[in-house]
Design a binder for this molecule. Sequence first.
Ligand SMILES: Cc1cc2nc3c(=O)[nH]c(=O)nc-3n(C[C@H](O)[C@H](O)[C@H](O)COP(=O)(O)O)c2cc1C
Length: 342
Amino acid sequence: MTRLATLLGLELPLLQAGMGAVAGPALCAEVSRAGAGGTLALYREPPARAVRLVRQVAAAVGGRPFGVNVIPEVTGPAGCLDQLRAVLPELPRNGFVTAFGLPEADVFDAVRATGHPLVVQVGTVPDADTALARGADALVLQGTEAGGHLLGAQPVDSVLAAVRARHPHAVLAVAGGIATGEDLADAVARGADGAMAGTLFVPTVESTAHPDFKRRVVEAVAEDTLITSLFEIGWPHRPHRVLRNSLTTTADRAPATFIATTRVDGRPYPVPRYSAAAPGAGTTGRIEEMAMYCGRSCTRVTAPHPAAVTVARIRQEYESARALHTASHTRKSPVPHRIQER
Ligand SMILES: Cc1cc2nc3c(=O)[nH]c(=O)nc-3n(C[C@H](O)[C@H](O)[C@H](O)COP(=O)(O)O)c2cc1C
């Protein structure tokens, strides 16, 4: 058990990232039922629909803990509070909240008032300091290896080392580069209490990502991803790691005309070229030109499995890797023992 697993009541110290267009009720519930931390993406969901989605997970999760994910930078501070005020009364007692980026102090107050743990994802040391000062129960430290929008400019190891040195007792998870149980065990050996993974779950059966998006993540290696600011419509001023496509490989900017249609609750919404929206299962149009967020961990993401199979595999790899790690530590310990015997 790590402190993250204890804090959130997980069997495995792994959080599935809330992911707009990808992490709906089915993925969230399956990940949690398998013993990891499933998380429902609230992204731009209007409060009334967010409530329905949370109820769906609560009914399917068999009493296991799960989280809801907010992005204050996308909804705005007031919109974020509206989502939280709507869903927090529906969240079971063992539920938790994850925030992408540093929320305003009133988000901390709203979550604290309900007693649910608040996990804040940051990418810089100053944001980590502020999140802990405002009362975050745990941090997710994101490195530039991560898929999706980027909160900092350093690789995950250096963010973890810097924040761990300043906050030896904080509950810290890492995000970026986690696709196997060995990756997770390595992060724990380097001082993390667990990890969050996004890309790993994009191709799972329960993910609502578009089939072409799933296929491309499975086929991709790290070099097929890049950091860009191209997909800025709807979410400006935040670089993001995506799969290379015909828009990222040309210097010419095409017009931002509508290229696709997404569906939310059966209603169609047009998607302009360079939109931040990722292609979901119900999206039609020029899927190839859309933002397919993907981390460097895709090299080790191989086949589309049910989420429960993915979590079970990670758990087995993690336990073997931890056992090896403990054994190698024990082998190194005879010197101090002999010293004690004398
Ligand atoms: C397809 C995709 C969508 C994402 N959407 C969100 C989101 O809605 N909310 C959020 O907190 N993080 C989101 N993220 C970022 C994750 O929180 C996390 O930083 C990232 O997935 C970690 O790197 P990895 O993808 O290599 O595991 C997304 C990531 C991906 C790959």
